[in-house]
Design a protein around this ligand. Structure first.
Ligand SMILES: [Zn+2]
Length: 157
């Protein structure tokens, strides 16, 4: 099997601060932690998981596209939620296109969301929000695209 990601990407990826998901080693059944994160690789969102156990069992996995829900949740808890905002008219059509084609928002709803600017186009992980911002620019938003961390909500007691 080919290694994922390719070796020339490992240096870059090793700078990422991963989130963790509790898991059990498939070989020795000891509790362990899966390291998980997302990255933009050649303009695509990929997620990745990495497991190492003292017994020697180890694996790396990952794929393009949205990660499994538990992985995504762990990343959101570690990093917080990020939002992609549009401030400028030049990106209005791009925003509608992104919302309808990539985010399963109905056309009328998407158009309504960008009537008033600034408009929030997306919220999710940091890497996803950056990907949406890059896509908006690629589709014609000339300026006024930004990614911001959503202010942390006070924890419920
Ligand atoms: Zn083990």
């Amino acid at each position: 099997m080919e290694s994922f990601p390719p070796d020339d990407l490992r240096l870059h990826w090793s700078t990422v601060d991963p989130a963790t998901v509790k898991t059990t080693c498939a070989t020795c059944e000891k509790e362990g932690q899966l390291e998980v994160w997302q990255e933009l690789v050649q303009g695509r969102v990929v997620w990745r998981e990495n497991f190492r156990c003292e017994c020697g069992h180890a694996y790396d996995a990952g794929d393009e596209g949205p990660p499994p829900p538990a992985v995504r949740q762990a990343i959101l808890e570690k990093q917080g939620t990020y939002e992609t905002w549009l401030d400028d008219l030049s990106g209005r059509q791009a925003a509608v296109k992104v919302m309808t084609s990539m985010l399963q928002v109905k056309e009328a709803e998407a158009a309504f969301r960008v009537v008033k600017l600034p408009a929030r186009v997306f919220s999710g992980t940091q890497v996803e929000a950056q990907f949406i911002a890059d896509t908006l620019k690629r589709l014609g938003a000339k300026q006024g695209v930004r990614v911001e961390q959503r202010p942390a909500q006070p924890k419920k007691k």
